[in-house]
Each structure stands twice: as C-alpha cells, then as structure tokens.
Design a protein around this ligand. Structure first.
Ligand SMILES: *Cc1c(COP(=O)(O)O)cnc(C)c1O
Length: 377
C-alpha cells in the first residue's frame, strides 16, 4: 500500500466471503482448486495423448454442448492461445473474403484490426458506436462473416445475439463470447462460431480457446483449409478440428486449465444449467445496478438498461470520489480487481458478476464501497 492510500479498515462483518471481483482471470471456486489438488498425483503431469486427459477433454466438450443445448451437428472445438489467438485463427480459417465487425470497445476493435491487417482479405466493414453502447448490425451482401461480441468486457455492454435481418445462408455469425459464455443466455442457432476462453465465466485459467461451431462453420473451415491459402499449422482450424474430435489439442494444453473448466461447467450443469447460472448473474446485476441507481455518488455507465451487462458491471463515480483511491483502499482490505478498464479513462469501477461470484458477495461489496466512501468523506 502506498503512503498516499488512506488507512481505512473495513469492518470484518461487512467484508465479502471472497474478495475477487476481477474480470479475468477471475475468481476460481475453492472447491475446484481442492478437486484439482486431489488429482495432483494422477492427472497433473500425465500425457495429454492418454486416456485420463482425453477423458477430461471429452467431459469439457460434452459438458459445454449440454450447457449451451447445442443443436445437432454443432461441435465443441478447442486449442491453445486464448481468445486473442482465436482472432488470428478466425482471420486465417473462417473469413473467406470480407468480414463485418461490430466494434464498440477494446476487445471487439481488436478482431477488426486483425482482419484489416490480413493481406489476403478485403478491408473489413467496421460499424462502431460510442463506448457504453453497441451498434445495430444490418445485413451486408458484401461480407461472408459477421463478427459480434456477446459481452464487451471493457465497457460492460452486452448484446442480444441474432443473425442480422436479411443475412444469407452463406454468411457466418462469429461471436466473441469470452466473458459471456456460461453466464449469459443465448440461442445457439443464431450463431455459427461462439468462441471464448475459460478464465472468465468458466472460473478456470487462461491460455485455451474453446468454440461451439455450426455445420456451416465446419463446412467453411474445411473449404478454406483445402484452398491454397497459406495457414500456419498452429493456427489451422482443420488441424484443430481433427484434434478436437479425438479429444486432443494440436500441441500441449495446460492440464489444470482443462480440469478447472470441467469443474465449473459440471457445477453449473448439475445446478440447473445455463438458466441457473444466468439467473445468478441476474441477481448480482440487480444488486449492483440497483445500488448504483439509489446511490448519490454512483451511476451505471451503460445508460440503456437493455444493454447493461449482467456479467460485467461498469459504474461511474461522482467527481468528488476518486475511483483509483477507492480501489486502492478496497485492495488493502482484500477486495481486489475492481479497477476500471484502463484505456476507457473514466472515473469508474468495474465489477465482475460471473457465476462463480456469490451474489451475496456482490451485496457485501456495495456495503464496503459505501463504508469506504463515507470514511473518505
Ligand atoms: C478477456 C477477453 C478477451 C481476451 O481473452 P484472452 O484469452 O486473454 O486472449 C477477448 N475478448 C473478450 C470479450 C474478453 O473479455
């Protein structure tokens, strides 16, 4: 703690049971870590080509298919590199000539940039909107892929997923669901590639990408894979598809990441599935936005209620309270990662409401913030 951070001790009875509110890596449930420790001698440190690890990968693929209620013909694929690497993978293996991107924050703008930089693709169509909103996406006959983002983690804006009205069969809908998958409801038939990484709603660690892919996406992957486009092997979706179908990855995955993701997916499925997890996030969202609406110094950043994310809440603070100081005091009291997304440059806090985070802890957090603000006076 720096000398300039005010010395404020939050009373123990106000503190949340768990102080992790970051948007990724985010809270890993202690039960999942205990389960990992229990297989420390039999699963960790064993070959990813042998049955114990392949069985874990199959549980992850089957568990996700159940969680999303995937229609027949959809498959779960996986590989190494996380969502950022998946943008490069998609640029190589999913966009045929030209993509359209809804760009409304840090993450959605990055996929647009990856596609724009590819020498073998036409310049993408990029539709933008102000931070704290998302653009409406209209069908465009000149593109073969629409890139949407289910939850823009940098601003706390969530988008209802739907194929653009008038989109044709040959146009794929690619959705960055990194911070949404497992916490927000969606209709998989409205998507062709719903991709994510497990360090957010799946309460695991980073480094892996996962994707639910439609038959049309598989057809596209195979067609581009068979074309004369140069694709680095480690970024090849045909190679990833072959390996995924064998419950493997092209190169070595982090076994702990796979295991922890399975713990979270099965925990959600055993408790009632996506509806249960999303309802938990709804409860946390009601708590934090309700608190901000009533507060004299806090206001939800996203003005349109329908676009306010139920997995990542962004809350603006009145100029009289310095968000940076508030976050430092919280951190000194064991409440971590409430800082806003740096590049947004607002006097703001950002709170993850992922399924692993107890809605009661979100309520406790609001009481802690009120306490600190009162003390800062
Ligand atoms: C976190 C995040 C990413 C980046 O994920 P990595 O696994 O770190 O590459 C991409 N998109 C969204 C929406 C995210 O929240």
């Amino acid at each position: 703690m720096s000398a300039s951070t005010p010395q404020i001790t939050i009373p123990a009875d106000l503190l949340p049971a768990d102080g992790r509110f970051g948007c990724g890596p985010s809270k890993v449930r202690p039960e999942a870590v205990e389960a990992l420790a229990a297989v420390g001698g039999s699963y960790l440190g064993t070959s990813h080509r042998q049955e114990p690890v392949r069985y874990m990968v199959s549980r992850l693929r089957n568990g996700l298919a159940e969680l999303f209620a995937l229609p027949d013909g959809y498959e779960i694929m996986l590989g190494n590199g996380g969502s950022t690497v998946f943008w490069d993978i998609a640029t190589f293996g999913l966009i045929e000539h030209r993509s359209l991107h809804a760009s409304f924050g840090e993450f959605s703008s990055k996929f647009a940039a990856a596609s724009a930089a590819a020498p073998f693709l036409d310049a993408p169509v990029v539709v933008t909107s102000e931070p704290g909103t998302h653009p409406d996406v209209l069908a465009d006959p000149t593109v073969d892929a629409y890139a949407l983002t289910h939850n823009e983690t940098s601003t706390g804006v969530a988008m209802q997923l739907a194929r653009p009205e008038g989109a044709t069969d040959g146009q794929l809908v690619l959705v960055d669901a990194t911070s949404a998958a497992g916490g927000l409801r969606f209709d998989p038939t409205q998507t062709d590639v719903y991709y994510f990484a497990p360090q957010k709603c799946l309460a695991s660690d980073g480094g892996l990408w996962l994707a639910a892919v439609s038959p049309a996406a598989i057809e596209r992957i195979e067609r581009i894979g068979a074309s004369d486009r140069w694709i680095p092997e480690s970024l090849s979706l045909t190679t990833a598809l072959d390996n995924s179908r064998k419950d493997q990855t092209y190169n070595t995955p982090a076994l702990a990441t796979v295991f922890l993701a399975v713990q979270q997916v099965e925990w959600i499925n055993d408790n009632g599935g996506l509806h249960w997890a999303a309802s938990r996030c709804d409860r946390s969202a009601d708590t934090i936005y309700g608190w901000a609406d009533k507060s004299e110094y806090a206001t939800p950043f996203v003005a349109d209620d329908a676009k306010r994310s139920h997995v990542v809440a962004t809350i603006d603070l009145d100029g009289s309270i310095d968000a940076g100081t508030l976050c430092k005091v919280l951190r000194a009291n064991g409440i971590v990662d409430t800082e806003a997304y740096r590049k947004l440059g607002r006097n703001q806090i950002r709170i993850a409401l992922f399924p692993a985070i107890d809605p009661d802890d979100v309520a406790a957090l609001t009481a802690c913030i009120d306490h600190v603000v009162e003390q800062l006076g």
